[in-house]
Design a protein around this ligand. Structure first.
Ligand SMILES: Nc1ncnc2c1ncn2[C@@H]1O[C@H](C[S@+](CC[C@H]([NH3+])C(=O)[O-])CC(=O)[O-])[C@@H](O)[C@H]1O
Length: 318
């Protein structure tokens, strides 16, 4: 990964990254970290030749390659990394049926973006890296994801240990840890992050700052139906989430992108999130979308706000 950053001349990040990682992986900061590392250490070290990155589930290995005991232990160690939110993955025929059908989002995105072949990609708020693997499968030269939630990073590291060496990396960092002015990446994805940011304009400017001139932004976020200038700022929670800030209309979001200096702005998809796409499973046993909607009207959240609808914009940084 350091090599990738060096090649794209992201020197300002290289200079601070070792210390950022040391701090993020500081055992004293997260009570579960040692347990998670033990789960990882117990994963089989064999690297399977059966891998697939362009199917709905990221696939690694077949059950026949493991002994019954190894298979049971693998299932247990992966289960210990509960809750699995983004996926699906199928490892050694264990199907990790995640809360989200993240493959559906990828299907909505993939045909609209500049082909990733030979591009160095940054995925902001990448969760456990499911889409990073799909980006690699789509031919990216290298993919770096960042996500501040350590469990996400541990899930990624578990999958990567099973997959073997690959130019895909997930760092336990937020966008705020990426130094200003990098202008290094060919494509940057920000999917499901903008509404978590208190300052959406700053988020867009920070994304632009990671892209080299001519680079592509892929932005996916919650939107509302409405006219130019309309934006929802929930009074309190949104679909029980505490950290939701701005939900613009598509026209408003387009105007924000314009104002931030993006060009060639295209709205390529608007889709309501269904309880088929986001739901509780054996691998994510907590409440999910169904529990966050008004039981009498699935068009509304339990707070009476418009139910989740997501838009995908693509734009060019100049
Ligand atoms: N400051 C931050 N910097 C970076 N990431 C952050 C920050 N704050 C929260 N996150 C991370 O942003 C992710 C948002 S989920 C989208 C995942 C994937 N992209 C998806 O499109 O499926 C939302 C959703 O479910 O759509 C979480 O993993 C947070 O930890």
């Amino acid at each position: 990964m350091y090599d990738t950053l060096s090649k794209i001349k992201a020197d300002a990040w290289l200079a601070v990254l070792p210390e950022q990682l040391e701090q993020a992986f500081d055992n004293s900061k997260h009570g579960d970290l040692a347990t998670w590392f033990n789960c990882m250490a117990a994963l089989p070290t064999l690297v399977s030749t059966h891998t697939q990155l362009d199917s709905a589930a990221i696939c690694i290995g077949t059950a026949a390659e493991l002994s019954t005991l190894q298979h049971l232990q693998l299932h247990k160690n992966l289960s210990n990394l509960h809750p699995w939110r983004k996926g699906p993955y199928t490892v050694y025929d264990i199907h990790i049926d995640t809360e989200w059908r993240s493959d559906w989002k990828w299907l909505r995105v993939k045909d609209h973006i500049t082909p990733l072949s030979q591009r160095t990609v940054l995925d902001i708020g990448c969760g456990n890296g499911y889409h990073c693997w799909r980006m690699l499968g789509a031919g990216a030269k290298a993919v770096i994801g960042v996500d501040p939630m350590l469990l996400n990073v541990m899930q990624f590291l578990a999958i990567k240990k099973l997959y073997g060496d690959a130019p895909v990396h997930v760092l336990p960092l937020g966008i705020e840890h990426i130094p200003a002015g990098l202008k290094a990446f060919d494509t940057v994805f920000s999917m499901g992050v903008l509404y978590h940011r208190r300052s959406p304009i700053d988020h867009l400017l920070e994304l632009k700052d990671t892209l080299q001139s001519g680079g592509e932004l892929v932005l996916e976020t919650l939107v509302i139906d409405g006219k130019l200038g309309e934006v929802l700022l929930p009074e309190d929670r949104y679909a029980k989430m505490r950290n939701v800030w701005f939900l613009p209309s598509c026209a408003t979001l387009e105007s924000w992108l314009k104002r931030c200096g993006f060009k060639n702005i295209r709205l390529v998809d608007v889709t309501s999130t269904t309880v088929e796409e986001q739901r509780s499973t054996e691998w994510m046993r907590f409440h999910s979308l169904q529990d966050f909607l008004d039981p009498n009207n699935l068009q509304l959240t339990c707070e009476g706000l418009p139910a989740p609808k997501r838009a995908i914009f693509i734009a060019t940084a100049v």
